[in-house]
Design a protein around this ligand. Structure first.
Ligand SMILES: Cc1ncc(COP(=O)(O)O)c(C=O)c1O
Length: 379
């Protein structure tokens, strides 16, 4: 008997866990019947820049046409912004789009990708979907241990993916630590440095007198085995439009461009990203709100006896004595969607996006209301 298509699905695909997204606001509203604030996916709580919305309206008239496959205008603007040649920038449908290209280009069966445990779940998915092996190293104090990662490199390692800051723990390593690490990585391994939260991390690092990253300097110096990922989904407020980019060696990007799905950045997305990039006031307002919100949330959680990990991103991570999924459900019933981290293998881990001051207060009062009384400190 010949096998059916279903029976022929490869084992590594059957074993995939699939992405578990933050709950959509409409779905949560349907479930809980109350107006919702979403603090589950690290989006910009102020929405997109009004200039981006205007650009989206203008670009809507051209959606009968295929977009510019290279998103040339945006690519040039980003190259100028980072002091790079246009050939050192590749755009795709989110940084997830670029990660997918990296995996399909370099991660064939028999090869491996190294990252840390408790990091972004998409790294697992793209690696395993490509049939490659994922190796995760342990964290130290909720942060990437770069020494363990470099010690795990062997002949079949093809890619290392580092989230800086990390999602979900919010911790970062500074430019000096990364530069030392990069020197130890052999030429047969591509380092993918995912800087999705760079705008926020820069502001936290400056507060602590640290240099966040010299990643673009390495790209400028034509480093051959480094790819830096950035996105318009976070500080720029365009998560729903899917625009991200990779900066790296032109030859590497040339191969990636062949693998990328054609037209993966729409004309509407390109126009919005260009406008968002220019609206520096919107980004700096977002970053300032985030710095203040981080302090406020961490302090107020601490008053409730909850120790949150100091963050360098636009979210806060903490662990509870209760099951996180059950706690998130109760908080959702109070009108706030947060992210329980069971899918990351952290059954007592919670990640909450830093919102506007009103949203943060709403989250805190929900926590106060639903947390088991025994967990709250005695008055
Ligand atoms: C570390 C990290 N990288 C990448 C992404 C996804 O970015 P994009 O929307 O550009 O695909 C996220 C989103 O949560 C993230 O946390």
């Amino acid at each position: 008997m010949k096998k059916t298509v279903l029976e022929l699905i490869p084992e590594h695909i059957k074993a995939l866990a699939g992405y578990v997204p933050g709950k959509h606001i409409r779905e949560a509203h349907r479930e809980s019947g109350v107006a919702m604030v979403k603090l589950a996916s690290n989006e910009n709580p102020f929405g997109p820049s009004p200039r981006a919305v205007e650009a989206i309206r203008a670009a809507a008239h051209e959606v009968n046409l295929y977009p510019d496959n290279d998103a040339t205008e945006l690519r040039l603007a980003l190259a100028t912004r980072h002091g790079l040649a246009p050939e050192q920038v590749l755009l795709a449908d989110g940084s997830l789009g670029i990660l997918d290209i990296v995996a399909r280009t370099l991660l064939t069966p028999g090869h491996s990708c190294i990252t840390s445990e408790r990091s972004f779940i998409s790294y697992t998915i793209v690696t395993q979907a490509a049939g490659a092996r994922l190796i995760t190293t342990q964290m130290t104090d909720h942060a990437y241990d770069l020494d363990l990662i470099s010690a795990a490199i062997d002949d079949v390692t093809r890619v290392i993916i580092l989230a800086n800051p990390n999602n979900p723990t919010g911790t970062m390593f500074d430019a000096d630590a990364f530069d030392r690490f990069l020197q130890r990585v052999p030429d047969h391994v591509l380092v993918v440095l995912d800087e999705a939260y760079s705008d926020f991390a820069e502001s936290f690092a400056a507060q602590h007198g640290l240099i966040y990253s010299r990643s673009m300097e390495h790209v400028r110096a034509q480093h051959t085995n480094l790819l830096v990922l950035r996105t318009f989904s976070k500080a720029h407020g365009l998560a729903g439009l899917r625009v991200g980019y990779g900066c790296g060696h032109p030859k590497l990007l040339e191969y990636f461009a062949r693998v990328r799905n054609a037209f993966s950045v729409t004309g509407v997305a390109e126009a919005a990203a260009l406008a968002a990039l220019q609206d520096e006031a919107h980004i700096s307002m977002t970053v300032k709100n985030n710095l203040a919100g981080a302090v406020w949330l961490i302090d107020h959680l601490s008053e409730l006896g909850i120790t949150a990990v100091p963050t360098s991103a636009n979210f806060v991570y903490f662990e509870t004595d209760e099951n996180a999924a059950a706690l998130a459900k109760k908080i959702q019933a109070e009108g706030v969607i947060i992210r329980p981290l069971g899918a990351w293998g952290i059954s007592n881990g919670i990640r909450v996006t830093i919102g506007t001051p009103e949203q943060n207060e709403r989250f805190l009062s929900a926590v106060k209301k639903v947390m088991a009384p025994a967990m709250l400190p005695a008055k």
